[in-house]
Design a protein around this ligand. Sequence first.
Ligand SMILES: NC(=O)C1=CN([C@@H]2O[C@H](COP(=O)(O)OP(=O)(O)OC[C@H]3O[C@@H](n4cnc5c(N)ncnc54)[C@H](O)[C@@H]3O)[C@@H](O)[C@H]2O)[C@@H](O)CC1
Ligand SMILES: [K+]
Length: 459
Amino acid sequence: MIRAHTVEQVREAEATLLAQLPEGALMQRAAYGLAHAVLDLLGGGYGRRVLLLVGSGDNGGDALYAGAVLARRGAYVEAWLLSDRAHAAGVAALRRAGGRVGPPQPSRSWDVVLDGIVGIGGRPPLRDDAAAALEAVAGVPVVAVDIPSGVDVDTGELAGPHVSAAVTVTFGTHKIAHLVDPAAAECGVVHLVDIGLDLPEPALEALQPADVAALLPVPGGQAQKYARGVVGVRAGSAAYPGAALLSVAGAASGLAGMVRFVGDPTVQDRVRAAFPEVVGDGRVQAWVVGSGSDDSAEDALRAAVDDDVPLVVDADALAFADLASGRPAVLTPHAGELAAMLGADRAAVEARPLHHVREAADRYAATVLLKGRHTLVAERDRPVRATTSGTPWLATAGAGDVLGGLVGALLAAGLAPYDAASVGSWLHGAAATFASRGGPIVAGDVARALPVVTAALHP
Ligand SMILES: NC(=O)C1=CN([C@@H]2O[C@H](COP(=O)(O)OP(=O)(O)OC[C@H]3O[C@@H](n4cnc5c(N)ncnc54)[C@H](O)[C@@H]3O)[C@@H](O)[C@H]2O)[C@@H](O)CC1
Ligand SMILES: [K+]
């Protein structure tokens, strides 16, 4: 599991550790980890040209001490101090190691910039001098120290100018901004340096393959189809038959024992032709409702709610999500749908996805899965889960229908809504990444890749 903590949680853990260690020990751990990540990125130190952007806090201190390590490895290192209150011992260490301190020489070109402007003590927006320094080094790859300066650490929101990093080297634990967009998209590759912090339950987490494998419902030796779970799909309409086919394709991933389909008769014929294993109405352990349901969305959701089993509420059914409020249910909006549910602007949801997904989980007393580059799954009193297994090629028509079906299959197989949503989202992203191999895909490719990805979790 990747765990992310709030600034307050990190500060508390650091305070405990600082009290037990000699002065400066934590910063040395951080600076060595940082320097080694930079050496990895540059393929060595000798002859490389490194510019440090140094703010007034300990984040700048990390950059200065790392700069000293790099200078001792033969790099040419300059520190551009953005404040006259820069970390004094760090400045002295850099000087002793042969680094230069002062405004950068204009003619120099840099191999890398270390962003030590602000870390977890920063409050966006960046001050003007810091923003101007960023402009002056535009185009040079940046290694962000702890966090790309200018992003909001605890929310993942952006406010004005900010660093866009190639690599972010963070310390002790991930921060929320490393996993939540739009900030996460500015972090580049995130590298975690262990500094020995002892941390509480995280604010946010991201499932890793081993976590998904541990949660996945796997049939035992005595398995039979009903016990493995029956998932029902109420989706599609004469106008949108494809949504039903893709919803069923996700549900028929093999993770539940049986799939039922209920819908428009013409759509039903097409579903049966494409998926001979799918049967008609009957008892189910979970319903998936809404993709392409068009005018029938409300009736379909009411019928599903009457069965009193866990639900996936998707697409057209989200307009009636109140019906699922307080039930075991996963609501699966994209930003536009969530905006409509909350009476907000789509742009506001995209700028503050974490805030809005939490608000919806609270308002609907349900599990809410907000689709995006890093999908977020929120449920009251649980860490939000972010999905990082996808690919930008997954932004394709019908991919959401497959996800809804898949989450339904996992609900039917017995996972709680929170786990079904986050495991389903992870598998969906991983299947897309596997199917894509860096190239374009369509929604059906994602559904077809699900069994392979599932199998790979159990070598
Ligand atoms: N506390 C610890 O034990 C450790 C901290 N470490 C480093 O220390 C950092 C935190 O250090 P600090 O608490 O000193 O805080 P920071 O260095 O993150 O930033 C605080 C400083 O930035 C200035 N600042 C705040 N907002 C700004 C803005 N919008 N524009 C420009 N300047 C702004 C403030 O005046 C303040 O002096 C971590 O992110 C990490 O890099 C690491 O060395 C590991 C150990
Ligand atoms: K930084």
